[in-house]
Ligand binder design. Structure first.
Ligand SMILES: [Zn+2]
Length: 360
């Protein structure tokens, strides 16, 4: 064989390497998780949006896919097992958070891996910061309900931005308060958007001011001017994470989609999906300024409410979660990896592959 000839078997590898090297890295990664946002809620929201003349921006993303959500021990996952899969790439049992099924082996979330690679990390939600979905990106616990123990792990993460309604158990008896612990670790706690925006600290936490419900931001349809929207939080997070000119990973949870679905509240449900979409719209505007370096992925941790559409309109068939598959939408650098049907454990590999492929 002549030495100048490329062996046929190597050709796919060479082509792959060539195309990989010409690709831009996803330097800015947005991971939007609609808690409980299944296909039924999506269908209902599309119908209502059309009636109202609204648009749900993510439904026009060029890449769509479907995701299976079962946990290690149940066809129907809870949010903590789901986020363990979505954040750490491994399934665990319901009620566990960031630990393997043996309840001993601690799993590492993609946020921590990227933080070590020099990414700034932001975690935002419309419920409490120590709730399962946001917690899965910075903490581990054998029970998702150990809120104080979860919040204690927040400063250890060193992540740059956190936002949500508040903390559920910030000051238990005979223990150091979470607020003292945060201050000790150089986190600046703000209770207004402007206060957080003008903070000179590298590590910021935004919660609602005292007197508001620590469990959640008010439902979108009940908000007044003093309440934060998920879009405002997303804008603030981008401002904070982007200020260091470093790459960033930003997880934003629409946590109340799930709550509205548990309680069969259709108006609230649409309001939360629209609020979630408006937050994604903020990321989309950022993407338009950095189209080759930004990746936006939108998905759900599970379906809630067993929602289907009948001739009479929306029907909630359960007040619990279901094992139905959920949608995924993606746009930007490496978005094509998120098409087709895949399992919720596969997101992490797709994020890390994209980053590794582009930053060898
Ligand atoms: Zn739920």
């Amino acid at each position: 064989m002549k030495s100048s000839k490329i062996p046929f078997t190597l050709l796919p590898f060479i082509l792959f390497t060539f195309f990989s090297c010409t690709k831009q890295p996803p330097k800015y990664i947005f991971y939007f998780i609609g808690d409980g946002f299944g296909i039924g809620a999506l269908t209902y929201s599309e119908i209502v949006a059309k009636e109202k003349g609204d648009t749900l921006c993510f439904s026009q993303f060029p890449v769509t896919g479907l995701v299976t959500t079962h946990s290690a021990n149940n066809l129907v996952t809870c949010s903590s097992a789901a986020v363990t899969a979505l954040a750490c790439g491994e399934k665990t049992n319901n009620n566990m958070l960031g630990v393997a099924t043996d309840s001993i082996r601690v799993l590492t979330p993609v946020s921590a891996i990227l933080h070590q690679k020099g990414f700034q990390v932001g975690i935002a939600t419309s419920v409490s910061i120590d709730h399962a979905t946001p917690a899965g990106f910075y903490a581990h616990a054998t029970s998702r309900k150990g809120y104080y123990g979860i919040a204690q792990q927040l400063p250890v993460s060193g992540f740059e931005f956190f936002a949500g309604s508040g903390f559920l158990e910030p000051e238990p008896k005979d223990s150091l308060s979470i607020f003292a612990l945060l201050a000790k670790n150089n986190y600046t706690l703000s209770t207004s958007l402007s206060q957080c925006s003008s903070s000179k600290s590298f590590k910021n936490i935004l919660t609602q001011p005292e007197g508001k419900d620590v469990n959640q931001l008010p439902y979108s349809i009940n908000k007044d001017k003093t309440d934060f929207t998920l879009a405002q939080i997303t804008r603030l997070g981008i401002e904070k994470l982007g200020s260091q000119k470093k790459p960033f990973f930003f997880m934003i949870e629409g946590g109340l989609i799930d709550w509205a679905s548990h309680d069969s509240l259709s108006y609230e449900l649409y309001g939360e999906v629209k609020e979630f979409s408006d937050a994604i719209e903020v990321a989309l505007q950022f993407y338009k300024q950095h189209p080759k370096e930004t990746l936006i992925v939108v998905t759900a941790d599970h379906e809630t409410g067993g929602i289907f559409i009948s001739q009479e309109g929306i029907r909630f068939t359960t007040d619990e979660h279901t094992g139905n598959i959920v949608p995924v939408f993606a746009i930007g650098a490496s978005a094509e990896r998120f098409s087709g049907l895949f399992d919720n454990t596969e997101f992490v590999g797709k994020f890390l592959w994209s980053v590794r492929e582009s930053n060898p």
